[in-house]
Design a protein around this ligand. Structure first.
Ligand SMILES: [Zn+2]
Length: 431
């Protein structure tokens, strides 16, 4: 049944083709929204009444992770209680067995920096839809001959590991395992397609260069973390094969790069409202038509996206992105001279650092009260490299009206196994 569903959705998505005109897309989205409102929201106690009275999306309340979790019991359409779902998810996490289901849905757990733990429910149909969508968008048609796909994941639901068919074999690699062990398993598997977060792709590329692993994938897929230019170039140089980016979070499969390397929002599966921070930067607010067990309606994400102004040569009218800038949580905030708060986007910091120094492998800048610069070096001269970067950062921040800051440099990056490596992060220290 599951495989049939995947094929069914794959046919639908393939027939749908490319949307080239914004007007056509908007009409399509409206049709989808109305259907979603009548068919799905009517089963959600939280939305039922509103869905009967109002037709306009704008009349529905905004959501964020905190309000979404607070209303978990009422929002989901399966009558699942937050407590029982949390118990199941925590148990799966501890036992590393993500197969148990609750009323036909698997339960996944997302941990954020903002403190609220997110719970998400995924039914078999949604899983099939997700799989078909990824295959259709990311894996080119000619790749459909018996492909082995290596998927590196942090603890998650069995959403990904369940895909196995005559033409595709997915293997799940648990990133909480030591990297040496993963490399042995990877060499043994010899994947055609390698899908992992950028920090893992980088680590595998480093191992490939060092000769400690030898694989020949045809295609690389990067997801879960933001792929920065330096990592992208390093990974591509090492493997010399196409690298596709999937922008995805627990709330859904949001964007993917086209053949021209442009990241496009998946506007045929969701409506993206945009909360602008300036002319091009925005925070997406999504309404996802593909989620039926746990409706996502006007849900404000935590990411800052940068819109691309010129149309993409691929012809798709889906919003093109210049880049994903990172989480809103990671915008650095400094007091200005007049007591006002000055916000600095992480991406700008990354560019300052990339411009001024070359002799380092990785860095991380954290704002934990003072600024803390962690550096992993290729050269021996930690003092010189760190002071070059500190000077450049001081100059850059001064131009923004921020002065009198101290930057503390630390050799080596404190990494937690399985955790995302964020280049620039802001940690709120609470007492
Ligand atoms: Zn494009």
């Amino acid at each position: 049944m599951f495989k049939l569903k995947i094929i069914y959705f794959l046919v639908i998505y393939t027939l749908r083709g490319t949307f080239r005109q914004r007007k056509v897309l908007e009409r399509f989205q409206q049709r989808k929204w109305q259907r979603f409102r009548k068919k799905i929201l009517s089963h959600s106690p939280f939305y039922r009444e509103l869905a009967q009275q109002k037709a306009d999306l704008a009349d529905f309340p905004m959501m964020n992770k905190a309000t979404f979790m607070a209303n978990f019991d009422q929002i989901n359409t399966l009558g699942i209680q937050r407590e029982e779902a949390m118990q199941l998810a925590l148990k799966a996490e501890v036992e590393r067995d993500f197969s148990p289901e609750l009323k036909g849905a698997t339960v996944g757990l997302s941990t954020g920096t903002s403190g609220t733990r997110g719970l998400f429910l995924v039914s078999a149909t949604e899983r099939a839809q997700w799989t078909a969508m990824v295959l259709r968008r990311v894996v080119p048609i000619q790749f459909f001959k018996r492909q082995k796909v290596a998927f590196f994941l942090r603890a998650n639901s069995n959403l990904y590991s369940s895909v196995q068919s005559a033409s595709l074999e997915f293997r799940f690699f648990d990133i909480f395992q030591p990297i040496e062990k993963l490399l042995v398993a990877l060499a043994d598997f010899q994947p055609h397609i390698l899908a992992a977060q950028p920090s893992i792709l980088s680590a595998i590329a480093e191992a490939q260069l060092a000769g400690s692993v030898n694989i020949q994938p045809h295609l690389l897929i990067s997801f879960a973390e933001v792929l920065n230019d330096a990592d992208k170039q390093f990974i591509q140089k090492t493997f010399a094969v196409p690298l596709r980016e999937v922008y995805q979070c627990t709330e859904g499969f949001l964007a993917v790069t086209c053949a021209h390397g442009t990241l496009h929002l998946n506007e045929d599966i969701a409506i993206f409202e945009k909360k602008y921070l300036d002319e091009t930067r925005f925070i997406p607010i999504i309404t996802d038509f593909t989620r039926s067990s746990q409706p996502i309606v006007r849900y404000e994400l935590n990411d800052v996206l940068v819109e691309k102004k010129e149309p993409c040569p691929c012809g798709s009218c889906f919003t093109a992105l210049e880049r994903i800038e990172g989480r809103e949580d990671d915008i650095l905030v400094f007091p200005g001279a007049g007591g006002e708060m000055i916000r600095v986007f992480p991406d700008l910091i990354c560019r300052v650092i990339a411009r001024c120094a070359e002799d380092f492998r990785a860095y991380r800048l954290r704002q934990v009260g003072a600024l803390e610069l962690q550096l992993e070096l290729e050269s021996e001269d930690f003092q010189a490299v760190s002071s070059t970067i500190s000077t450049a950062l001081h100059r850059f921040l001064q131009e923004k009206g921020i002065s009198g800051l101290s930057i503390q440099s630390i050799q080596g990056i404190a990494r937690e196994a399985g955790a995302k490596l964020r280049r620039v992060e802001r940690k709120i220290v609470s007492n």
